[in-house]
Design a protein around this ligand. Sequence first.
Ligand code: HEC
Length: 185
Amino acid sequence: MMNIRSHGRKKAAGLMATFLLAFGMACQAEPDAGQKNTASRWASLPVLDFRDTISGDPLDFNGLVDYDDQPEVETDAVKEFKRTGRNPYNDDDAAIKFGGVRYSTACSGCHGHHAEGKLGPALADDYWTYPKNATDKGLFETIFGGAAGQMGPQRNRLTQDEILKIMSWTRSIYSGDPARAEWKQ
Ligand code: HEC
């Protein structure tokens, strides 16, 4: 009796294993399974420590508002960026194009239409007053929190999502040494 029952259980377990294997393979074949994994990879990460470029104080992300004076809702791109330090818009043509348009109204007056430098320094070469701007985290900190003199914080002048798009545009016209493009590494 015992033997038959335990044999039955073994058989059932074997069937179950076959089923799980087949099911698992089917899941892997689903086209969006990879994407879900990518999203969950960053969603569980803690937000990185963002610091003011001049003072070194933590950046204050409280009380941000959008153009309707409503609390700014973070886009997925902003959430991902704040956890990985990588700008998801860097290879996104539509975001780069939008960033170029926003750059021309918000930044070009001081940095030049092609980011070649004017009152403020060039933004597309590989010389940085603040070396951390060669990383996307550092560049975001400088734009959001500002630097010295006329480089005021863009906090609440642009949404965080717009800042990322402007950054992707300046990166897209980068003319410096590829080896010094730290944001790609
Ligand atoms: C009113 C003029 C003005 C505007 C507008 C302005 N900047 Fe600046 N920016 C400056 C000046 C001046 C500096 C140099 C400040 C310093 O060295 O601390 C600077 C510095 C910077 C730096 C640091 C560069 C380095 O070499 O490390 C970055 C990055 C930057 N600006 C990005 C932007 C972006 C992006 C915008 C638009 C969203 C913008 N700035 C708008 C004047 C401006």
